[in-house]
Design a protein around this ligand. Structure first.
Ligand code: R5P
Length: 381
């Protein structure tokens, strides 16, 4: 059962996304209240949930007030406002660690997260769940030669800073959950697949193939292929680990056909990997390539490269459909090839379930978005 109202806070780069979460929480609270009010004989649990919903007004789903002082030497200080009381409360802290619209770097966002967790811990919060839907450094999940394992370091640093749980979306590799000590930290690992499946189920060509851009993506892509009832094709990618993120060679395993494909990638960063996959698919005769991507980092000149491909009539690149967990400015949203899926109601539902000791199982079901009314839409209507 909920142990009191919602206490939501946001780091600077997470603020715009957190406001969408607040709006969707208010919607969900109301929807659930109406649902429970209709029940003729609610269970004891439901009666208690209804009492919680009645007590939770606007205040229960608004953002806590903080002052973040960012000094000239790049140090920072996070202070909760005097009248913000989180003693013995369950708190959610929302952060978008990679945010091209905020003007803050990934490292600055990380240090702000550490400071924020520390401030909440010192303010005696009972539990702190960090909602960081992109997990930075996730691609550093194994050692190659004499480097470290930054994904594991990140898990340790966030734990040390004071979080009790992390809610995240499409970790680069499932096994990253094992980098957290289960005695200290709960990992709520969600997947964006129900949102993408909802978007593509009626729009994807019946003969389209679903493509895994590398072997690491095979399991995730199989889930899409099975539920969209399409065949799967695999791109086998060899990387040079001297230059970590560069692709040396790529082979398409399976028949992609000569129509449409849907490529499923968790991250599009420089765009190099997905472009190489599309180039190879084009050689095999593919005419249209759609890309579904959870974390569109789009660094460097990725946008310009995709723009050029979109404007090349011989190239199959058609659309990049991405989530809004990596905030971007309006420049990219105006691109005809870019579609941004709003994840806020889906994530608000997860926050509601965690806070009310409910269950996240339903959010792992491939068709849960339509079934539970979790679709807000896309920036293209
Ligand atoms: C690789 O394993 C990831 O899933 C992404 O495909 C990759 O990291 C994207 O990086 P980039 O866009 O720079 O090739």
């Amino acid at each position: 059962m909920p142990r009191g109202e919602f206490h939501l806070f946001a780091c600077r780069s997470g603020e715009a996304y957190a406001k969408k979460i607040v709006q969707q929480l208010v919607f969900l609270l109301d929807q659930r209240k109406q649902e429970l009010l209709k029940k003729k004989s609610p269970t004891l649990y439901e009666q208690r949930e209804l009492a919680f919903l009645r007590n939770t007004r606007e205040k229960g789903a608004s953002l806590g007030r903080v002052r973040i002082i960012h000094f000239n030497d790049d140090e920072m200080n996070v202070q909760l406002e005097e009248d913000e009381n989180v003693r013995d409360r369950d708190v959610f802290l929302i952060q978008c660690p990679y945010n091209t619209a905020s003007g803050l770097t990934l490292s600055q966002n990380l240090f702000e997260t550490f400071n924020f967790l520390d401030a909440l811990r010192h303010a005696k919060a009972r539990s702190i769940t960090l909602v960081s839907l992109y997990f930075p450094y996730a691609r550093g999940d194994k050692q190659h030669g004499k480097d470290g394992v930054p994904a594991s370091l990140m898990a340790n640093l966030l734990t040390t800073a004071g979080m009790d749980a992390i809610m995240t979306l499409d970790l680069h590799a499932d096994q990253i959950t094992g980098f957290f000590d289960p005695v200290k930290v709960r990992v709520e690992h969600l997947h964006a697949s129900p949102l993408f499946i909802h978007y593509f189920k009626d729009t994807l060509h019946p003969d389209a193939k679903v493509v895994a851009p590398d072997t690491g993506a095979a399991k995730r892509t199989q889930f899409y292929a099975q539920n969209l009832k399409r065949e799967m094709v695999l791109a086998y990618k060899k990387r040079s680990y001297r230059v970590k993120h560069e692709v040396d060679d790529l082979q398409i395993l399976g028949d992609p056909g000569d129509g449409s494909v849907l490529i499923i990638d968790d991250i599009v960063s420089s765009g190099g990997s997905v472009i190489k996959v599309m180039d190879e698919l084009a050689k095999e005769g593919v005419k249209k390539a759609f890309v579904a991507c959870t974390h569109p980092l789009l660094i460097g000149n990725a946008i310009e490269k995709l723009d050029a491909l979109y404007n090349d009539p011989k190239h199959p690149f058609t659309k990049l459909v991405a989530t809004d967990v990596i905030p971007h400015n309006g420049n990219i949203k105006s691109k005809p090839w870019y579609v941004e899926i709003d994840t806020s109601r889906f994530i608000a539902k997860a926050i509601y379930e965690v806070h009310t000791s409910g269950s996240l199982t339903k959010l792992h079901q491939p068709f849960c978005v339509g079934k539970h009314d979790l679709w807000v839409g896309t920036d293209k209507g």
